[in-house]
Design a protein around this ligand. Structure first.
Ligand code: GTP
Ligand code: K
Ligand code: MG
Length: 371
């Protein structure tokens, strides 16, 4: 049996030698679809996947969110972890100093964020080179990927890493495509467009669906910029993970000011030098912003709010989520809440469970059994 990695290589080679034009468009689309299926298979443990499959590192999630440090060897991931947390992860000039996932706790604004130092990954990681597969599984469980890059290395490092993450279904800084797909038991295939996209048509969708043996389904493409890759992502949605990524260039002590200025202007990018202790607080602050967490200060009758100790919830959380964080059964006896802060229309505002909270709101919950 030809193994999956070889089949993937064959398809990639065929795609590379196929010229892109109107005539080959559908054929290329089908190849992309097959590639996506094989890559997903490669990630599943079991026969065919060989030693490449298998789980990530055995580190329990803790704290309010998890950030994964992903990067090539010796870019300074462990140096950064050791700077911003109390954990000391081994630092050395040789590649693969870190061999497993090392968790540290980053304290910020009353929140505890788990920072995961990971082994360096190399090209081919998505196919199981080095500890690539495990590193990528760990990255997939994070709320934010901090892609650590070496400012002294070539610009391709970033594209190469992105391609490795892309190959295992991680989508960085993107939203799921705006395409509705509903698989049905009968009725054939129905394809509709809100606005016909420029580079995705009915014929392409129909042939991909056939290739995936999806013979009964409803499709509504709502985005005029949708591509065949987006459509495949929607079919493969159980294998896709949409994660925010912040790019961090380390070792800026070793580059020219002009080049530094150029790096710092790239989108979603921060620069630092762990060696000279430059830019580290900025990196931490940007991480916090990217995580989009909300701090809630609770208040009890007759006392000041607990400003020293925040309760952390995700963005778009409601009073109900706040109750759940305080106590499992609090919402059963919930009567109303008073809210001071950005989410309140007047101060304080009396609200119910569905009220959406904002960062740094003060919340006073009134509960008790109704007579
Ligand atoms: N010039 C310079 N060197 C740095 C900086 N930060 C880290 N280093 C050096 O880079 C080397 C690698 O650092 P590590 O923290 O071990 O890198 P890593 O990314 O954890 O490496 P692996 O675990 O092997 O993947 C060490 O020799 C560090 O002293 C920096 O800001 N500037
Ligand atoms: K190293
Ligand atoms: Mg390391």
């Amino acid at each position: 049996m030809v193994n999956i990695t070889e089949k993937i290589k064959e398809i990639e080679a065929e795609m590379a030698r196929t010229q892109k034009n109107k005539a080959t468009e559908y054929h290329l689309g089908l190849l992309k679809g097959k590639l996506a299926r094989l890559r997903a298979q490669l990630l599943e443990p079991g026969p065919g996947a060989g030693s490449a499959g298998g789980p990530g590192f055995d580190v329990q999630k803790s704290g309010d969110a998890r950030i994964a440090l992903v990067g090539f060897p010796s870019v300074g991931k462990s140096t950064f972890l050791s700077k911003v947390t109390k954990t000391k992860s081994e630092v050395a000039a040789y590649s693969f100093t870190t061999l497993t996932a090392i968790p540290g706790v980053l304290e910020y604004g009353g929140a505890e964020i788990q920072l995961l130092d990971l082994p360096g990954i190399i090209e081919g990681a998505s196919e199981g080179k080095g500890r690539g597969r495990q590193v990528i599984s760990a990255a997939k469980t994070s709320d934010l990927i901090l892609m650590v890059l070496d400012a002294t290395k070539k610009a391709e490092q970033r594209t190469l890493l992105e391609a490795e993450l892309e190959a295992v279904g991680i989508r960085l800084n993107r939203e799921p495509p705006n395409i509705y797909l509903k698989v049905k038991k009968a009725g054939g295939v129905k394809i509709n467009f809100a606005q016909p996209p420029r580079s995705l048509d009915e014929k392409m969708i129909a042939s991909i669906l056939r290739d995936y043996k999806l013979l009964n389904c409803e499709v509504l493409v709502r985005d005029e910029n949708a591509t065949v890759d987006d459509f495949i992502d929607v079919i493969m949605k159980d294998h896709r993970k949409y994660i925010k990524c912040l790019y961090v260039y380390n070792k800026i002590d070793a580059v020219s000011l002009d080049f530094l200025d150029q790096l710092a202007r790239e989108p979603q990018t921060v620069v630092m030098s762990c060696e000279l202790d430059l830019g580290i607080p900025d990196v931490v602050e940007r991480c916090w912003k990217e995580l989009n967490l909300v701090r809630i200060y609770t208040k009890r009758k007759g006392t000041d709010p607990t400003f020293h100790e925040a309760l952390i919830v995700r963005s778009n959380s409601t009073i109900e989520d706040v109750c759940d964080r305080i106590h499992r059964t609090l919402k059963e006896t919930f009567k109303y809440a008073l809210v001071w802060g950005a989410s309140a229309r007047h101060i304080p505002q009396r609200v119910g469970l569905s009220h959406m909270v904002a960062d740094e709101d003060v919340v006073y919950i009134v509960s008790g059994y109704k007579a």
